[in-house]
Design a binder for this molecule. Sequence first.
Ligand code: GLC
Ligand code: MG
Length: 614
Amino acid sequence: MMPVADIIKEISQEEGNQVKYFEDLLEKIKKLNMMWKVLLFAFVVTTVQGRYENVNMKQDWWETAIFYQIYSRSFMDSDGDGVGDINGITSRLEYLKEIGVDVAWLSPIFKSPMHDFGYDVSDYYTIQPEYGTMEDFEHLLRKANDLNIRIVLDFVPNHTSNESEWFIKSSNKDEYYNDWYIWENGYLDEHGRRRPPNNWVSVFRKSAWTFMTNRDQYYLHQFGEAQPDLNFRNPVVVDEMKNIIKFWLEKGVAGMRLTSINHLFEADKDLYGGRYPDEPLTGKPGLGPEDYGYLEHIYTKDQEEVYDMVSQFRDVFDAISIRNNITRVMMTDANTNIKNAVRYYGEGIHSGAHIPFNLALVEDLDRDSDARDIKYAVDRWLTYKPLKKQANWLIGNHDKSRVASRFRPELVDAFNMLVLLLPGIAITYMGEEIGMINGFVPWSETKDPQACNTDDPVNFIQVSRDPVRTPYQWNNGKNGGFSTAEKTWLPVADGYEQLNVANQRSAVRSHYQVYRTLTNLRIRPAFKYGRYESLALNSDVFAFKRWYNDDTYVIVMNVGKTYHVVNLTAFDLVFGQLEVEASSVLSSRSYSDNVQANYLDLTADEALVLRMQI
Ligand code: GLC
Ligand code: MG
């Protein structure tokens, strides 16, 4: 039987959060004698009540969930071909459970010739054979379900692959598919040479128009040449997109992420005399007519029609959610300005996405950012976001340099604290929990179409996304435990012998350990339902407070390169002593150490999660 003192200690430390915990505790208390029973019961009730008022505030499963992005090609290879696959993911679901994530969001797994590694889909109803079969996927769903992990799929509605049957038929003027893409004649220049319809440039550089001899016309591709844009002004295309969403939601996925959603529509050419208008020049120095940044994308991005389309897609999600009595979440991804970004939450008669991606931390922060920039980026999103909607936070993805490389390795824990303890949804790109660094992929092995399109063996590195997509580092074995192949599709990053899950799991202090501590903390009411306030205590130290009733936490991160003493009483109602709940790997502090609110010394890069003692 558990000694009374231990029970009291546990109650005061764990106040945790989980009802289950208290149920267990009450079971234990029941076994004690009458006097202790009465005393302990009173203690539990008073301790718990103060902190758990309104705890039953209704929150749907996704509203404070942790999403973990798996770049499917690079997570785990089960069959030794050097390419990650579905059975590989299935075999590592326990790991996701272990680190405390709720949802696995998979980068594209549909059939694709892989010019843009799955973001060029040739068949939306089939699994890429290299990744497995539909049975493998169903098995993944079942196992995930058993572990209470949800699966979300990436879905690319803007364009298909040029190897899609739809596109092949359309290029042959098949009656049904004729208008599924954007076809244009172009025009003849003064020398009688055929020219593209206008000056539009693709995101991956070069003209957004490519000529097809069989159709004797140009097709539009806002991304790579192998990614023809679908025609969303054709209702048949829209219906087909809705069918795809239904198909996967009915199969049991918990949601879908609609990528590049703000590219769905181009200007209506009928409003411009039947010809797509040229885009104006940005005048940015150092850019040529083939560079995406050369033009102001006023006719190819963020067109008004997209918000109604999103609303129509949302109706599909809602219909299926109601039918299955569980919310299927719609996530949208749009690289745009903040005012457009928050429109994806819905407005007026248009319903929006559950989770419109917030790219603020990805786009607005870099190596030069200081505490004030962090505060500004976070608060800006919270300011523009509709008050009642949930925020979401991510600091990395498969398109952007890793945290350890974009900032520095010493700041990995600080940024995990930020993403995991801000209010709302947290999204972790695989590997950020162990602080993976960008791999080095030489020009000769470069695969990313955005890098290849530079035709520049030196400067490709500035835009290449391969370095953030190198294989996941499981252990110090061959290929970091990712694959038994002789050669993996991208090389494993240098340093995997030290930087890997196995090492960090057995270490006393590691990013992995910090991450686990954070996912555990997140379950507490202060982080689930609590309020938020932030301060740049100076240009190096960013801090934020989360509190729920009398349970108060301060997260403080020194992102500067020097030592600082800060005073946390700058926050309203923060005083006295605080106890360390989590600390960055290089911090000299550990769990349950005490610090003074009015005098806290922080070394460079030190980040702490502190809890007020009352
Ligand atoms: C999204 C993806 C990116 C891809 C692009 C084109 O932006 O994040 O990786 O290249 O769509 O499909
Ligand atoms: Mg494989």
